[in-house]
Design a protein. Structure first.
Length: 166
């Protein structure tokens, strides 16, 4: 894998953070049950989407900045170093940033009527994050590593966030 392809794949993952906006708590679960609890609140759907979009964009910017710095420091020059850098990137940058964002979004409170829809998005994203945690190469295995999550986000109305997922 070339460094360009490596960078390109991670950039795609960075935009995937936009799909996490509907979650609360952090981390995934291998048991199939969601480790994230969807908190509900008094926000309208439009207000929830607007606030979540803002948090997603901030996380994406942070992730891209940290990614750039990480790759500079890692400076992989061989296939083995690229693999090691990819594993470190997933562990040190991608997963922690998503978990932090989940906590922030969780404090927003999803509209009560949408709790099941929001949970479905969260569950899909958690499963994907679990796969990436187990196999960091999943970050660059496809040009659309979070396609299913993007489709769920669009269906919910989170078009602005989902567009960045490719």
């Amino acid at each position: 894998m070339s460094i360009y392809r490596f960078l390109q794949g991670v950039a795609l993952v960075a935009v995937a953070s936009l799909a996490l906006f509907v979650a609360s708590g952090c981390g995934g679960s291998d048991s199939g049950a969601s480790a994230v609890t969807v908190e509900t609140g008094s926000l309208s759907k439009a207000a929830f989407i607007s606030k979540a979009d803002s948090l997603c964009k901030a996380t994406r910017s942070k992730l891209l900045s940290e990614y750039t710095e990480y790759v500079k420091e890692a400076n992989p020059t061989s296939s083995a170093e690229e693999t090691e850098a990819l594993e470190g990137l997933a562990e040190d940058v991608v997963l922690p940033d998503y978990e932090e964002m989940l906590g922030e979004i969780g404090q927003l409170g999803a509209p009560s009527a949408d709790a099941k829809k929001v949970s479905a998005i969260i569950d899909a994203f958690e499963r994907r994050l679990d796969e990436i945690e187990r196999k960091p190469a999943e970050l660059t295995a496809t040009s659309t590593p979070f396609e299913k999550v993007a489709k769920l986000a669009v269906a919910y109305g989170l078009k602005g966030c989902a567009e960045s997922l490719g």
